[in-house]
Design a protein around this ligand. Sequence first.
Ligand code: PLP
Length: 368
Amino acid sequence: MHPAERILLGPGPSPVPQRVLRALGAPTLGHLDPQYLAIMDQVCDMLRQVFRTGNPLTFPVSGTGMAGMECIAVNLIEPGDEVIVCINGVFGMRMKDVMERCGATVHALEATWGDVFAPAQIAAALAAHPRTKLVGIVHAETSTGAHQPLEGLAEIVRAHEALLVVDAVTSLGGHDVRVDDWGIDAIYSGTQKCLSCPPGLAPVSFGPRALARLDARKSKVQSWYLDVSMLRKYYTGGGGGGRVYHHTAPINMTYALHEALTIVLEEGLEARHARHAAMHQRLRTGLEKLGLGYVPKRSLHSLNCIQVPSGADDAAVRRRLLEDYGIEIGAGLGPMAGKAWRIGLMGHGATVRNVDLVLAALREILGR
Ligand SMILES: *Cc1c(COP(=O)(O)O)cnc(C)c1O
C-alpha cells in the first residue's frame, strides 16, 4: 500500500497538513482516560469557536458529514412531523431523503440547481405549510457551488416556531458560519472539507430551542448510535451521572481534529476566510481568461463549479489532470454529470501554488 501524494482540489477530501497526519499517530488512549477527556473537551471548545456559538452541546459525531445530517434529523424529527427542505442540489435532495426516513412529511421547496433561496420564498413556504416544525437548508451546496445566505432566515422560521437546521459541511472553516448571530438551531459539518482533516468525524451543534425539542420528544430516537440524549452524557457529562460510556470515541481521529482546529484558530477565522476569498478570486480570474464560466451566480469560495467547455471530453480532462499532474478535481453530480467540473479550494488546499498549478494544467490540457 503506497498511496500517491495527490493534490486534492475536488469536492473533498481536501489536502491534510503533515501536522494533522502526525497527530493521528499519537498513542491511543482509553476513551474514558482523563487525558483523553481533556483533549475531547478542548475539541468541543474549539468547535464552539469555529461555529461561533456558545452552545454547550457542540461535539464531533462519530462518522462523516452524512452522520452529522442523520444525527440532527433523527433527533429533531418525530414520525408524522411536517418539515420544509430547501432543495437546489444533491445535498438538499439527500436531506429530504434522510428526513423522510425519520418519518417526516417533507415539503420540498425547490430552486433551479445553482440558484439560492430568498427569504421571501421560505416565508411563503412556511405560510403554505403552517404546521412545519423544522426548515432544513444547505449553506454550501457542494454539487453546484452555490453559496446560500443565511442572515435573516431565523426570524422567519421562528415566527412559525420551527427550527432552523443548516448543512455547513463545505462552509465551516472556509466561509463565515455564525451559529448564534444567525439564529441557527442545529448545524452539522464534516472534517475533510475546509477543516483539512481526514474524513471520519462530523462536528454538530444543538442550540437551546433544539434541545427543548429533543427533551419534549414523545417517541424514542430511532437510531441508538446517534441518540443525542445518550451521547450528551459522554460528550458534555450532562444529564447527570457524569461521563458515561456510549460507544468508543474514534480516539486518534479526535487527535487529528484537535490539531486541525488548532491550525484553523492559529490562522484566525477572519484571515482564513479572507484567504479562501482571495484564492477563489485568483482562480476565477484565471478561469475566465481561459474562457471557462461558473455554474452558480453566487459562488462559494471553497468550491468552484464550472461549465465543461464544448468540445472538451469531461472524463479525459480529469484523467489527465490526475495522471499527469496528480491533481484531483470533481465531476458534475446528478443533472450536471458530464457538464460541470468542481474545483475545491478548501483549507490547506487553498493556496496560490495550487491555484496557479491547476490553471496551468487546464491551459495545457485544453490547448488554450
Ligand atoms: C460532503 C458533503 C456532505 C456529506 O459528507 P460526507 O462526509 O461525504 O458524509 C453533506 N453535505 C454537503 C453539503 C457536503 O458537501
